[in-house]
Design a protein around this ligand. Structure first.
Ligand code: COA
Length: 191
């Protein structure tokens, strides 16, 4: 692995963008896709700066839109490297929307983007290590390790479930759900 290390502060990145009317959905609020695109952009900028290379998004850890963003809001996306692996980096992104008239700001979401660095030949590239400068940096790094462990466990459980799932044995679970099975589907055991 590369012996180079860079501090978290070296690649801290913020993008601020005004939410213009063309970003709105039919309900007059900002499209979730616009925010996702901005999050991908700030994650890329942060990862590219830390790794000095072209990066691609591999995975996004939960995007929950906690509050709507309005046209006219100033949205700031704060990104920093939370964790580095060999070729991957986890970038934590905090999104804050500010009403410019009142000055009120709201935290609309926090997400974690995993990116990998690529070299000129498009091969995976080892990224520099991370110097944790503050207690917050250490906390974020440890949380990222925990998320990685939980994600692995979750994936294993889902894969295991896919292999062992017996639809007939679990049909009773649909009793309380708001769905009905088309009568042309012939299950051996029905609800
Ligand atoms: C990212 C990609 C190269 C990984 O390929 P792979 O064969 O799984 O490679 P590896 O197993 O060596 O994984 C490379 C790194 O990515 C990480 N990784 C792979 N899949 C991951 C996932 N689902 N979530 C988080 N990290 C992941 C691995 O942990 C590894 O990290 P490390 O080097 O720090 O240990 C491949 O999936 C890819 O090219 N995806 C498309 C990316 C892209 O084009 N994104 C743009 C959006 S369309």
């Amino acid at each position: 692995m590369s012996q180079e290390f860079k501090p978290v502060s070296y690649s801290v990145t913020t993008i601020t963008e005004l939410m213009i009317p063309s970003y709105a959905n039919f309900g007059g609020k900002i499209h979730g896709g616009i925010l996702l695109s901005l999050m991908d952009k700030v994650a890329y900028a942060c990862a590219a700066k830390h790794s000095n290379s072209y990066c691609v998004t591999v995975s996004i850890d939960t995007v929950d839109f906690l509050q709507p963003v309005e046209v006219g809001d100033l949205v700031s996306l704060h990104a920093s490297i939370n964790y580095v692996g060999k070729t991957s980096l986890v970038i934590g992104i905090k999104v804050v929307a500010e009403n410019v008239k009142t000055g009120a700001s709201k935290h609309t979401n926090t997400s974690y983007f995993t990116m990998v660095a690529k070299d000129e030949a498009n091969n995976l590239k080892t990224v520099p290590g991370l110097i944790l400068e503050t207690r917050e940096d250490v906390r974020r790094y440890l949380e990222a390790i925990k998320r990685k462990e939980l994600k692995k466990e979750y994936k294993e459980q889902l894969d295991n479930r896919k292999t062992n799932l017996s639809i007939e044995a679990e049909l009773h679970k649909l009793k309380t759900e708001r769905c009905i099975i088309d009568k042309n589907l012939n299950f051996r055991s029905n609800i």
